[in-house]
Design a protein around this ligand. Structure first.
Ligand code: TMP
Length: 202
């Protein structure tokens, strides 16, 4: 059976990773390379519970439950979407995966390394992980232009902790990309970072 390629886009909100994920998907399609774009949290039952929590607030849901929901959502995604696409030989592009759980739930106090290892027991390891990051100046600009006032700064502190955990990841398949440059320049870097997975096709 042929096996596809798994490429993951990670980083804090506002780094442009979703846009870059779409740009790569469009290029692959243009080149006739079969691909599928997936995102976590998913639109499945667990993903929808998570989205409600994100928009409506915790309402008594503990961090432990939140972590369990992300894991349940991913288990379904692996079984229903990720593994079938990889087994069909497709390129799977993911907007967030278990590195997000390690970073975001890690910043709530769980051990990021344990989260990563627990996920790797059931989730296929990516061929490439692109971790996007913003400079503190760029992040500050974003807050100053937002209208959320003090809560935006509190959220920013949390996101800086999350970004710190993202930056601590290492491994042969992990690449860091600064998203401060223009969309086109960042796209060019994305291509350089995945080129070897496609031989001469890109
Ligand atoms: P999104 O903005 O990319 O749709 O992601 C929704 C939020 O969910 C985002 O703030 C990051 C968060 N998240 C986690 O906290 N843990 C996870 O495992 C995942 C996949 C997302």
């Amino acid at each position: 059976m042929s096996h596809g390629i798994l490429i993951v886009f990670e980083g804090i909100d506002g780094t442009g990773k979703s846009t870059q994920c779409k740009m790569l998907a469009e290029l692959l399609s243009k080149k006739g390379i079969a691909n599928i774009s997936l995102a976590e949290p998913t639109r499945g039952e667990w993903g929808m519970k998570i989205r409600r929590l994100l928009t409506e607030g915790r309402n008594g849901v503990s961090p432990e439950e939140e972590l369990a929901w992300f894991i349940n959502d991913r288990k379904q995604d692996v079984e229903l979407n990720i593994n079938p696409a990889l087994n069909a030989g497709k390129v799977v592009l993911m907007d967030r995966y278990y590195f997000s759980t390690a970073a975001y739930q890690g910043a709530l106090g769980f051990d990021p390394e344990k989260i990563r290892k627990d996920n790797e027991k059931f989730a296929p390891q990516p061929d490439r992980v692109l971790i996007f990051h913003n400079s503190p100046e760029k992040s500050l600009e974003r807050i100053e232009s937002s209208r959320e006032g003090k809560s935006a700064f509190e959220k920013q502190d949390y996101l800086m902790d999350v970004q710190g955990i993202f930056k601590s990841f290492d491994g042969p398949n992990i690449r860091f990309i600064s998203s401060d440059a223009s969309l086109e320049k960042v796209h060019e870097q994305v291509l350089r970072e995945v080129q070897d997975l496609f031989e001469l096709k890109l």
